[in-house]
Design a protein around this ligand. Sequence first.
Ligand code: F6R
Length: 598
Amino acid sequence: MCGIIGYIGNKEVVPILINGLKRLEYRGYDSAGICVLCKNKLQTLKKKGQIIELENELIGKEIVGTIGIAHTRWATHGEPNEINSHPHLDCKNKIAIIHNGIIENHFSLKKILEADGHKIISNTDSEIVAHLIEKFYNENLEEAVIKAIKYIEGTFGLAVICETEEKIIAVRRGSPLIIGIGDNEMFVSSDASAILEYTKKVIYINDNEIVTLTKNNYNVKNLDGNLVNSEVQEIKWNLNEIEKAGFKHFMLKEIYEQAKSIENTLRGRIRENKIKLSVDIDPKLINKIIITACGTSWHSALIGKYLIEKISGIETCVDYASEFRYRNPIIKNNDLLIAISQSGETADTLAAIRIAKNCKTLGIVNVVGSTIAREVDFGIYLHAGPEIGVASTKAFTCQVSALILFALHLRQELGLELDFGLINELILISGKINSILDKADKIQEISSHLKDAQNFLYLGRGINFPVALEGALKLKEISYIHAEGYPAAEMKHGPIALIDENMFVVFIVNRGEIFEKVVSNMQEVKARGGSIITITDCPDDEMIKKLSNFIISVPNTCEELSPLINVIPLQLMSYFVADAKGLNVDKPRNLAKSVTVE
Ligand code: F6R
């Protein structure tokens, strides 16, 4: 959701900013812009489209300097065009800002500023910030920013430069912001990926903190102007983790990384026949578990409910974070709220943990140092490594793995016997995932028959119903084909009306007690002319062979772990369909990674 980067130092700033924008492009990619303090004047260039368009536009332009800010946009207010893209400037072109977030009271502020004589030229909520700072500017940028943001309602990660001061001011409320500390150079960015190749020393800025960067120094203050002691932390990721490593897309690379990333989630957490998690919660005192999340993470949450209830017997409910936060949920003191988020910055999930003030909170998060990770009482990091592809893949399987560990941990702390068959199978799961990835060619071949389809249904049952939801989400978000997930048995309550010879239906069918029932659902589809793609660990079953147009066989595993296996062909299928359609898999239209606005 918009990426921001700023640099101050001795080096030529434009390549650093463009490079940073490319790393941040997964956060937004409908327009981009750059502003450099060049010979005591602010020089700005903006361009609709991807960073490459901006980069091409810069060729032959004399924009040089060692201080600058840049932004890649995911439009919320105002269409993607040059005027609406950032940086935004004040009336005299002396102050430039980049903004991630939403200024909720921008209409009322705009009226006040226009009455004061300010000329606001864009349709964005962000531009008013430049004019507010201009209003308060009196030869001290930091003071002007502090005064301006007192009038702002909403969320912001802001970076500001001005023609007459050699510094960058950055401030946040509700949108992520980190500072990178280099040798005689400083960076500000929405996330670590943009600065990782220059420095690993970072400070995670908290809400209502303001930072002043000069090339040799930084200070972090609260909004009363008092210095704050901020911890300098070391980023653990390496540069090669945020590069494509020979894969055509980040999504494909991340699909292939899953065996390894699950091993990283499990690493050190199963030892001496025990589950070792630093989650100091006595499950005997838990009344109920509430899991909240959005999108793919919400699908993991649904699997988490199934796992926790089955393995530990503790009642668990799941809520979309966006619904939970606005419906006055009943939260008892002895409830446990779990927030699942890859980015750790999703605005709705963050808001959900903030309303759960009276109970303990646990975060299952990938990005170390993210806001959710810092605000919860306990955390389980995924250690999946950076997920850059907008469509979440490895975060999903690592979230499910973390939830299995947590369910086992609860059971262990309740004093109940652990199922070592399940634990051993969990340890072996990476090998089984790799065996599916080895058959990607076959899945690609099947996908080539699907690229012109208009509609898909994904059907699964029990713990694999959320996998059906996830398969449908993956397909629609990157291939723009309409797809819906349902519990297989629900089909006859409505969706069956959609089935005709143009409908593709993906079934997830594992051996087990409901096998026959799902096969009956397959028959119902076949009888109505639908085409069936079956993901199954029983590829040789006569009925499966008879009913399926395409079969993707997967290794057998225990029910609790089957989502980790079944989701892999669904991810690959979505990827190959979207790629066969020639779509930009890593940057699907209208989407952005890390939804930091409501
Ligand atoms: C789908 C996808 C989104 C995210 C959702 C939550 O592929 O990536 O649905 O899962 O925006 O994001 P996090 O997990 O960062 O809170």
